[in-house]
Design a binder for this molecule. Structure first.
Ligand code: UDP
Length: 289
């Protein structure tokens, strides 16, 4: 009952999500399609854990960068997703999104909620692999590589700010294009064509979850890119539009509190209601064992 009420409350602003009842339906909620083999570094496959029916590549931040860099040299288009507590909540009521996560080629554990879940479910998460910590490392790894990067998403002007940040801090990164994320269905073909024409190898898509994961899944074969990553609000941070939490707050696992403090009206449902919902869901799974 508590779960149902919280579920209703947490999603009342997410009109686009299909609501099909409030029960936790991770088990058997969507067809679980096979992902490719676990990523390998040298001979040994890197470990995966399964939380909330989603297989997560349980790697460190550095390993994640290494794997993405490898994929940029490969032939298979790779969808990269990050999973945090809010993503789990959305996946619980949106089978299409759950499936997009399950079918992503690389899935990384983002944030304190997933870390706690890993502990409680006996599958410890190795590292907090979020896009915002990953981007500077990835940019450093791409310097001078000639790999072409494209940024899609954020409000008008935001991607321009990230382009300036990249040019200043990582001048050896080849940024070939960028575009804001407020485009209509009619403009979509043009957006895809623009990315294609730029010959982008890596595309960062910041349209928010679940839209970005669904968009990537639907369009990635047309983009011509090697790696397409759903990165949420990342462009807002690097453009300077939204300051990131100080390091000590991040270290305590409280970045979500800082985000809530910055945008309470938009985020109270996601964090206050959503976090309780996530913990109840976790408790339900733990007790069912
Ligand atoms: N956004 C966008 N187009 C849309 C909706 C959202 O480009 O139609 C952008 C928005 O400007 C923001 C990002 O998507 O930069 C989502 O941010 P949010 O903090 O919600 O993402 P999270 O990291 O929590 O998934």
């Amino acid at each position: 009952m508590a779960l149902e009420l919280l579920e209703l409350l947490s999603q009342s602003t997410e009109k686009s999500l299909q609501k099909k009842g409030a029960a936790d339906r991770f088990a058997g909620s969507a067809e679980v399609l096979e992902r490719g083999p676990a990523v390998t570094r040298g001979a040994a496959p890197l470990p995966r854990i399964k939380l909330f029916d989603i297989e997560i590549d349980n790697v460190t931040l550095e390993q994640a960068v290494w794997v993405i860099r490898q994929r940029l040299d490969g032939d298979t288009p790779t969808q990269v997703s990050f999973v945090n507590a809010d993503c789990v909540n959305i996946a619980c009521r949106n089978p299409e999104y759950l499936q997009a996560l399950q079918q992503s080629d690389l899935v990384f554990a983002d944030g304190i909620g997933v870390r706690v879940a890993g502990q409680v479910l006996g599958q410890p998460v190795r590292d907090n692999v979020n896009g915002t910590d990953l981007l500077p490392l990835l940019a450093a790894a791409l310097q001078g590589s000639g790999k072409r990067v494209y940024l899609l998403g954020g409000r008008p002007g935001v991607a321009d700010g990230v382009a300036r940040w990249l040019a200043k801090n990582y001048p050896g990164v080849k940024l070939v294009g960028w575009r804001h994320g407020y485009f209509s269905a009619e403009d979509e073909a043009q957006v895809i064509e623009d990315i294609r024409r730029c010959g982008a190898d890596l595309v960062l898509v910041a349209l928010g979850a679940p839209r970005q994961e669904l968009w990537i899944r639907r369009t990635r074969s047309k983009l011509g890119a090697k790696v397409v990553m759903g990165v949420g609000g990342l462009l807002d941070f690097f453009s300077g539009r939204i300051p990131r939490a100080p390091r000590w707050i991040r270290k305590l696992g409280l970045e979500w509190c800082y985000r809530l403090y910055q945008e309470p009206q938009r985020l109270w449902r996601r964090y206050l209601v959503g976090n309780v919902l996530f913990l109840l869901r976790l408790a339900q799974i733990r007790l069912a064992r």
